[in-house]
Design a protein around this ligand. Sequence first.
Ligand SMILES: NC(=O)c1ccc[n+]([C@@H]2O[C@H](COP(=O)([O-])OP(=O)(O)OC[C@H]3O[C@@H](n4cnc5c(N)ncnc54)[C@H](OP(=O)(O)O)[C@@H]3O)[C@@H](O)[C@H]2O)c1
Length: 337
Amino acid sequence: MRAWELQGVGGSEELKLVDRPEPQPSFGQILVRVRAASLNFRDLIVMQGAYGRVSLPLVPLSDGAGEIAAIGEGVTQWKLGDGVAGTFFPHWLTGPSSAEKIKISLGGGSTNGMLAEYVLLDEEAAVRIPPHQTFEEAATMPCAALTAWNALIEQGNLKAGETVVIIGTGGVSLFGLQIAKWYGAKIIVLSSSDKKIDLAIALGADAGINYSQHPQWERKVVELTGGLGADHILEVGGAGTLAQSLRAARVGGHIAMIGILGGTASELRVTDILMNSLRINGIYVGSREMFERLNRAAIQHRLKPIIDQVFPLLEARAAYDYLKTQKHFGKIIISLA
Ligand SMILES: NC(=O)c1ccc[n+]([C@@H]2O[C@H](COP(=O)([O-])OP(=O)(O)OC[C@H]3O[C@@H](n4cnc5c(N)ncnc54)[C@H](OP(=O)(O)O)[C@@H]3O)[C@@H](O)[C@H]2O)c1
């Protein structure tokens, strides 16, 4: 079978297309014929060697979907041909996170990911894909969609009429927009591009702020919320935006701490947190149980993930390079059809 391997750390030239033996499922395992995989910003960090230690060679990517091609002995939940997506953390099935549950994740560390024609998974480490979604759409859900769902719904307890600030228009942020819309929230999107703001408004955002033109965007958020500040902030900017997010949130507001697009270390005014009783909540993707709840909601709302571009398997390097430009609006897919 064909697979891409990361054989060094650095740029996309470290990715090599290789021929690997087709794996056979052991007891309790399923073999998935992957039809589509999707990229996350995390996969760039893995490639650059900045996502912890990586055992090389590594098949990258946490996110993929396909159908079950073979079943090991003892498998009870699945039959041949079922459409599945892998789970980001194969051992985080239910309940709150723990060191043990998040020890391994697909496509990082020493655990091979989904950028291969056939992938072995424990039967517990997969979810059924929503029947209305294509494999390409379903491949976008395991990391970005689940992170946004966990942030806003599982941890955020989002209520109708609350205001959500979405930073940027990447994968997590656009799922945040779509999910917040289901719950009747008011959505303010920040972007470096007016064109992307227009696209986000067409998707249901209520207002947009160009953070390049308005570097003090937190003031605009406060203005747009009648002087109160936002109820929830999907904080994907990290060090680049956190200090401002603290000032854009309302008293008692919720900051879902998700990303590091603007770096990892920054200076903060601690009084912004304590005097405003802010709730800052670290989010790390989510469990299989949360993924199943997300998929039930996705079926109910007929969620169609926003896809920017689909690259054929042979052009995986170009897909990574495109993600690096940050020009995308929605998810980047690699097709293994
Ligand atoms: N904690 C978790 O479980 C988890 C899960 C998934 C992702 N993440 C993290 O969340 C972040 C987003 O991931 P993603 O895969 O959604 O990324 P992505 O698809 O690459 O999205 C990036 C977008 O964010 C905006 N952006 C880029 N740099 C920015 C900056 N310095 N400040 C503000 N906005 C910026 C840009 O939008 P515009 O062009 O519209 O400005 C860009 O297109 C990453 O840091 C990733 O590592 C964390």
